[in-house]
Design a protein around this ligand. Structure first.
Ligand code: C5P
Length: 238
């Protein structure tokens, strides 16, 4: 089986993203398409990536009234991607509606529905000051994961450091999708709670999202291979 390591295509245009994949011979690797690329290119970038056999995580983080999210998910599921997501902060009814829309629109396989609990850019102070949310941040993220699980999501985006407690609360099959992955010796950039591919796997991450560790590497092809090597042979890496 292909390693579940989604390469974040954080590029301004489809041409740049496709050129990067070609140039570094990253044929058929799983990719994550976010708002930047999708709002520029629309469904055509998904069609082109699918033609090249890339599994796709379409990371648009929907958050609206349940009926709107249901209709939007029906349309997105028709793109036949592998993973779609919503904000857990939209509440249980919205997550349930997202799942309904996804089941209505799915063509072949049913895409996985992942919920974002708290954005990693939100720290304790921001949550308390801006959102007036009194609960401790990690406990609140865990609450949102349990809510998402009960409402029918297949998993959550979380820090690798939270993956084990989420599995303990939501069950072993509930997926943990973890960004904030860094190879030893590469820059942290704006990520705070980082982990290596091996340590993320040991901490029970199911899927990794990897961006700049590969896209900003001197040799992206080699860097992606290294991520896979560390994921597969996790016992022999820190
Ligand atoms: O470059 P880097 O590996 O930090 O990229 C991580 C990717 O994961 C980016 O596309 C970022 O938007 C995304 N992401 C994240 N934290 C979340 C959700 C998504 O870093 N909580």
């Amino acid at each position: 089986m292909q390693a579940p390591i989604y390469l974040a295509l954080d590029f301004p245009t489809g041409e740049e993203a496709l050129h990067f994949l070609r140039q570094h011979e990253l044929a058929e690797v799983p990719v994550k398409v976010g708002m930047e690329l999708f709002y520029r290119e629309g469904p055509s970038i998904i069609h082109r990536l699918k033609e090249n056999n890339h599994p796709i995580f379409l990371d648009l983080k929907l958050h609206d009234i349940p009926n709107t999210v249901k209709s939007a998910m029906r349309n997105l599921a028709g793109l036949d991607v592998d993973v779609l997501n919503v904000h857990a902060l939209g509440g249980a009814k919205m997550i349930e509606s997202a799942k309904e829309g996804l089941l209505l629109g799915a063509k072949n396989k049913i895409p996985k529905l992942i919920a974002v609990t708290m954005l990693t850019s939100m720290d304790e102070e921001t949550v308390e000051r801006d959102l007036k949310q009194p609960m401790e941040l990690v406990a609140y993220a865990l609450h949102l994961a349990e809510l998402s699980s009960t409402a029918g999501a297949d998993g959550v985006v979380c820090s690798p450091h939270e993956a084990a407690s989420i599995k303990a609360a939501c069950g072993p099959d509930f997926l943990t999708v973890t960004p904030g992955i860094r190879l030893a010796g590469t820059a942290k950039n704006d990520q705070h709670r980082i982990a290596t591919p091996a340590s993320a796997r040991k901490m029970q991450a199911d899927y990794l999202v990897v961006g700049r560790s590969v896209t900003a590497a001197a040799d992206p092809k080699q860097a992606y291979k290294q991520v896979i090597e560390e994921w597969n042979d996790y016992d022999n890496y820190n």
